[in-house]
Design a protein around this ligand. Structure first.
Ligand SMILES: CC(C)(COP(=O)(O)OP(=O)(O)OC[C@H]1O[C@@H](n2cnc3c(N)ncnc32)[C@H](O)[C@@H]1OP(=O)(O)O)[C@@H](O)C(=O)NCCC(=O)NCCS
Length: 108
């Protein structure tokens, strides 16, 4: 995951084939969204193959919406990418553990 100002960009997410369909991908993405929000990110984006209905279903379930196409984005077959975005829910007390740890370091 890349963090750019207040936007998180998911570069890849995958679950090994025998473990798919057991809720792991959803848990992984929810955790990435929680962590990104905790780090102060406001939005999350990713690209997904237009044919990848399974991944798109996961993303839509977690609040992502389609926001445009990148034509011929995938170099292996020239497939278009669907650009998706989600607004992140602000984490309560975001960053306070880091701030607290820094405070502790300074005072010790
Ligand atoms: C996309 C991927 C990460 C999902 O991981 P997963 O652990 O299998 O998904 P989960 O079991 O957590 O399912 C979460 C949601 O994904 C969708 N989903 C998962 N399997 C699905 C299937 N066979 N058909 C349709 N939707 C499916 C559903 O929305 C599901 O929610 P639901 O259970 O309430 O229906 C996994 O399929 C994968 O690794 N695919 C190959 C790599 C890939 O395409 N990555 C995305 C690149 S952008």
């Amino acid at each position: 995951m890349w963090l750019i100002v207040d936007e998180a960009h998911v570069t890849n997410i995958a679950v090994r084939e025998p473990y798919r369909g057991k809720g792991l991908g959803e848990k992984l993405l929810r955790e990435m969204m929680r962590t990104a929000s905790w780090l102060g990110m406001l939005r999350m984006t990713l690209e997904v193959r237009v044919s990848n209905e399974i991944a798109q279903s996961l993303y839509r379930k977690l609040g992502f919406y389609g926001a445009g196409l990148r034509p011929g984005y995938y170099s292996d077959n020239g497939e278009d990418a669907l650009i998706m975005w989600a607004e992140l829910v602000p984490e309560e007390n975001a960053g306070t553990e880091i701030a607290g740890a820094a405070e502790g370091e300074r005072s010790s």
